[in-house]
Design a binder for this molecule. Structure first.
Ligand code: BGC
Length: 764
């Protein structure tokens, strides 16, 4: 289709229709004056295909005169057919054959993959890319042109958030490095990725009408970077439900036009979240929104907005052309040639396994892991994982690997038991899985563990004998362990690990795989310690009062020790860092060092590079992640690692000047092998070519100047020469520390010595 020519022949009404969903998960699929517009299907798929949506599509032509109740019953028990009646089983068979035909012969269930939080725990861009590729493959098989939520890169700000697990990290650098890999992977399969929810969808409470009051600096430094990075790749973006500083995201001109289009140059399509637009569609369109979902959405308001002059035809055309191009590019997506059922299954299993294996985080190990060859394991409570959260990130599948079965394969099935306290006392390892379910439209009430798990662990701890206790946290984010960490011998976080989580965990427990995941978010001792604790809303306003101090930035700034810090994750190997060396090449800095594996086990480790500005002019986080690497080092060997970063990673967003700036001066660098609380000094760098706006001179604040002896000495000389009392200036600095020298002195040009000292100024 020649989209430009096609658009010319469309009526205003056709164009308006193009921008409105035509089905719950589709656009297009109608006759226009220019000819037929193909249908483009969109479905949730950040962790795999959302079966419910596909089911809804199937129900458009219901098999076997099925009624809605039967439909629901079949849907919820699709992979547990024993729960179905005879007639429902027949309906199910009918659906399976329809699905198989629709999918060009692929008969296996969709795969379930780890969510953002576990993908980020891998600290491995390649793993995220491969997962995205597998998700793209899933979408192509189901002929889904736009895979929603690939990724959901909202920052992990408030751990009670029901959708915490979907997001990547509390840290913008980690999120912006990993999340675009998901987009790349999906798009590599000829499917449109979709980055959501732009921006600040950080809570589920009152999510459609909450007003989030967020400082410009926090938006720019914390909440936007991952979106900006994804927008370089993603063909579509979904706006968020909430309001930011008073304006709903889907009609936020500043967000959608100024930031997204003008500043970032985003060329893709912006769509609403489902049913988020409650006001005038025409006005939201004029503010920069392209598509209104779900369908059928009444397009008459867009036509009216053009007639009223609220929506310029030019803007309508721009949006319509973007949507036409999207339809043209992605509506014909289909199963890749040569993709057989077995290839489909293998590819998905491999990607899901690899992501879980790289992401699972070992949080405690007193030597009880890995299990010895003939060890026994006893499950107290569930023996398998809940492999996804609920809501749009929920995936139903029958491909889940059960942990106890997988352990049985490795230890021998007779060595894997259930509820056998005697075996535990005699030396078997008790395995306790804590499952906290979470999902869309509700936040967790607190960060507590289930009472049942707590009592099981307490009981086991009392009856320990020779046994060891392994606690596995299958949780959507941080939980309070309330001292239980002391009673157990090992702890792992698996974060809804997807269909292969059981297999990956069994391999880690038996030592076939050495754990290498690291936390992408901080685990607090108590919920009250979390930076956003005081800001949890009880009405329709959420004040992001912690500002830029999200996650570890807030813990370190307040001197609050977490339970497990950001970046923390243990290994069966022991690593050490040697010979650290820094180099600079233009705006690029590199830190090279050797990592030694001092153990007898091959392993990977996540090395993090943090920067800390000495004597920062503005309030800054004491540490900011600016780079990382995840090398694999053979037992007893040493390997050279180099982490490179750009000078712009040292910048902060200056609210007064409205841009990112790099301050001159010293930045201390630190390497973290075990998260941000256990750091190895890695030297410091001196920036003398920072942003001109911040150069030492009359634009410096009085308090800044008064702290520097060379500057005050020069001022004293100038004052003496001009017969002005220096005390006058010092007094001004006391009363107006935030005024600049230019404002206070009025004629800074007169202070020659001071100006010279500024030129020569070099921070100690
Ligand atoms: C969710 C989105 C999702 C959409 C479609 C909304 O309620 O917030 O994340 O993509 O539904 O299912």
């Amino acid at each position: 289709m020649n989209t430009k020519k096609f658009l010319k022949n469309m009526t205003i009404e056709d164009k308006a229709r193009l921008l409105c969903g035509t089905g719950p998960f589709s656009i297009g699929g109608f006759e226009s004056a220019a000819g037929p517009v193909p249908e483009l299907v969109m479905q949730d798929g950040g962790t795999g295909l959302n079966h419910q949506h596909f089911f809804q599509r199937l129900m458009k032509e219901p098999p076997k005169d099925i009624n809605p109740q039967e439909g629901m019953h079949v849907f919820f028990n699709f992979y547990e057919p024993d729960k179905l009646t005879k007639r429902e089983k027949e309906i199910r068979e009918d659906i399976i054959s329809k699905i198989t035909e629709y999918r060009g012969g692929i008969s296996d269930a969709p795969g379930c993959y780890p969510p953002g939080i576990l993908l980020a725990s891998t600290w491995d861009p390649k793993t995220v890319y491969e997962t995205g590729k597998a998700l793209g493959m899933e979408a192509s098989v189901y002929r889904i042109g736009v895979l929603l939520g690939t990724p959901n890169c909202n920052i992990l700000r408030e751990p009670r958030n029901g959708r915490f697990f979907e997001g990547y990290s509390e840290d913008p650098f980690l999120a912006k490095t990993l999340a675009p890999e998901m987009c790349k992977g999906v798009e590599s399969m000829g499917v449109s990725s979709n980055v959501k929810h732009f921006a600040c969808n950080n809570l589920e409470i009152n999510r459609t009408n909450i007003d989030e009051l967020v400082s410009m600096r926090a938006l720019r430094e914390i909440y936007f970077p991952a979106f900006e990075a994804c927008c370089k790749v993603a063909s579509t973006l979904m706006s968020a439900y909430p309001k930011i500083n008073g304006v709903h995201c889907h009609e936020n001109l500043w967000l959608l036009k100024t930031v997204l289009r003008s500043e970032w140059g985003y060329k893709g399509v912006a769509m609403t979240d489902w049913d988020s637009c409650k006001g005038s569609t025409g006005d939201a369109e004029a503010a920069g929104q392209d598509i209104f979902m779900p369908g059928p959405w009444d397009h008459s308001d867009i036509v009216k907005a053009v007639e009223d002059g609220r929506l310029p035809v030019k803007d309508l055309d721009t949006a319509a052309l973007r949507v036409l191009e999207l339809i043209e590019k992605f509506s014909g997506v289909k199963k890749p040639d040569g993709l057989t059922n077995s290839k489909y299954r293998k590819t998905g299993d491999k990607a899901a396994y690899n992501a879980a294996k790289e992401g699972i985080v070992m949080l405690k190990n007193n030597g009880s892991m890995p299990l010895k060859k003939n060890a026994k394991a006893v499950f107290f409570g569930p023996d398998h994982f809940l492999d996804s959260g609920w809501g749009s990130a929920e995936v139903k599948t029958d491909r889940t690997a059960c942990l106890s079965e997988e352990l049985g394969k490795l230890l021998g099935s007779k060595n894997v038991l259930k509820d056998d306290i005697e075996a535990f006392r005699k030396g078997a390892t008790a395995v306790v899985i804590e499952t906290v379910s979470s999902g869309e439209s509700a936040d967790r009430p607190d960060l507590k563990m289930n009472k049942k798990t707590v009592s099981v662990i307490k009981k086991l701890a009392k009856n320990k004998g020779k046994g060891k206790i392994c606690l596995i946290l299958n949780v959507p984010g941080p939980v309070e362990l309330d001292g239980l960490e002391k009673s157990v011998d090992s702890i792992f976080a698996v974060f809804y690990p997807g269909m292969m989580g059981g297999k990956a965990m069994a391999d880690i427990m038996t030592g076939a795989v050495n754990p290498s995941g690291a936390l992408p978010c901080t685990f607090p001792v108590r919920y009250e310690d979390t930076p956003a604790y005081l800001c949890y809303p009880d009405n329709l306003t959420c004040n992001y009062g912690e500002g830029i101090y999200v996650g570890y930035r807030g813990y370190i700034k307040r001197g609050i020790e977490p339970l497990f810090p950001f970046g923390y994750g243990l290994s069966y190997s022991e690593f050490a860092v040697n010979s650290i060396l820094g180099t600079r090449n233009g705006s690029k800095f590199s830190v090279s060092f050797n990592i030694e594996n001092k153990s007898r086990t091959d392993g990977k480790t996540v090395v993090q590079l943090y920067a800390s500005k000495r004597k920062a002019r503005t309030s800054r986080a004491p540490l900011e992640l600016i780079g990382f690497a995840k090398p694999m080092i053979r037992a007893g060997e040493e390997s050279e690692v180099k982490i490179t970063f750009d000078k712009k990673e040292l910048s902060y967003f200056d609210e007064e000047l409205g841009r990112f700036l790099v301050e001159d001066g010293t930045y201390d660098l630190f390497l973290g092998l075990n998260g941000c609380e256990d750091l190895i000094p890695a030297g410091s760098i001196y920036i003398a070519d920072g942003s001109p706006e911040l150069k030492c001179g009359p634009s410096w604040k009085m308090e800044q100047i008064m702290k520097e002896k060379s500057l005050t000495d020069a001022l004293k000389k100038d004052c003496a020469g001009a017969g002005i009392p220096f005390e006058g200036l010092a007094e001004m600095a006391r009363w107006f520390p935030h005024m600049t020298f230019a404002e206070v002195s009025r004629e800074p040009g007169k202070y020659k010595e001071f100006l010279r000292a500024c030129k020569e100024f070099k921070e100690e």
